[in-house]
Design a protein. Structure first.
Length: 296
């Protein structure tokens, strides 16, 4: 009798607290995921009256053989590499600065975080104006060649414009994680090192950076995910131009599936991207988790 009541109570708790989140997760994540996986094995063109025929792994073979797919993926790796390095370097330095006890550090925290509050589409249009008007005006008045022509029209500079905007948007959010890491460091360790005559640089190298490995794990994972999945800023800032030099992989997948009405190949490319990002993210977290253990 007691066991039956316990089971009934557990079921009631699950229905009250677990059923709705499970349904939402299934509707938002599981059903679209498996639907997309199924569509990647068909030749559906995305229209409601289009026929759906099962073709197996043909879309995956076509994706692997598509030079445009690998070109977009190569540009995305380039973008991700520099965004990860520059974002986390900037965020770490900002976090170090605003936890140093400087005057007005709360004001600087808010200022550095503000760009993260701006939506990606709006952010892209703001920086489009800056690159096309403000920098060009500054360049023509000062005679500095690098600013005389809009970066967004230069095939060699447009991707760097996208990188700069990505770093400017994400550094403030990552800074908050680094701030939490710095605040969580035991103050007694800092005081003991200071009493032993350690310089600020030595304390940074020997104490703060090793103790910040958990923060590095989180920020690198988040930066990696956000950089691989970027689409809104890519759309509003460059639209993939000029000459597709800034068409990152998310935009390429979207264009393939919806603009070209190749839903099957587009879903196949999206699934390949998912597997690739998941593999890189898991490897990154595994390596840094090992570093966390070594730092203890």
């Amino acid at each position: 009798m007691y066991k039956e009541k316990s089971k009934l109570k557990s079921f009631q708790v699950f229905v009250t607290f677990g059923l709705i989140p499970l349904l939402v997760f299934s509707i938002v994540v599981l059903i679209p995921f498996f639907s997309g996986l199924f569509l990647s094995l068909t030749n559906w063109n995305g229209s409601l009256d289009g026929k759906i025929e099962f073709i197996g792994i043909g879309n995956y073979i076509s994706a692997v053989r598509d030079p445009a797919f690998w070109g977009s993926l190569g540009k995305t790796f380039y973008y991700v590499f520099f965004v990860m390095i520059l974002t986390n370097t900037s965020a770490f330095l900002f976090g170090l600065l605003v936890t140093s006890g400087m005057k007005g550090q709360n004001f600087y925290r808010a200022g550095y975080f503000t760009p993260n509050l701006i939506g990606g589409v709006i952010l892209g249009y703001i920086w489009q104006f800056i690159f096309s008007r403000v920098f060009v005006y500054f360049g023509t008045k000062t005679g500095i060649p690098i600013f005389e022509i809009s970066w967004l029209t230069d095939p060699h500079a447009a991707l760097w414009a996208l990188i700069i905007v990505g770093v400017w948007q994400n550094a403030g959010y990552m800074m908050l994680i680094y701030i939490a890491g710095f605040v969580g460091i035991d103050k007694s360790l800092i005081e003991a090192a200071r009493m032993d005559g350690a310089s600020p640089l030595q304390m940074l190298q020997k104490i703060k950076i090793p103790m910040m490995v958990p923060a590095f794990t989180i920020t690198l994972f988040l930066t990696l995910r956000k950089a691989f999945m970027v689409y809104d800023v890519n759309l509003s800032l460059t639209k993939g131009g000029p000459y597709n030099t800034t068409e990152l992989i998310s935009m390429h997948v979207y264009n393939e599936a919806f603009l070209n009405q190749n839903m099957g190949p587009g879903q196949a490319k999206a699934f390949l991207l998912f597997v690739l990002v998941a593999a890189i993210a898991v490897a990154q977290v595994a390596v840094l988790k090992k570093k966390e253990v070594d730092a203890i």
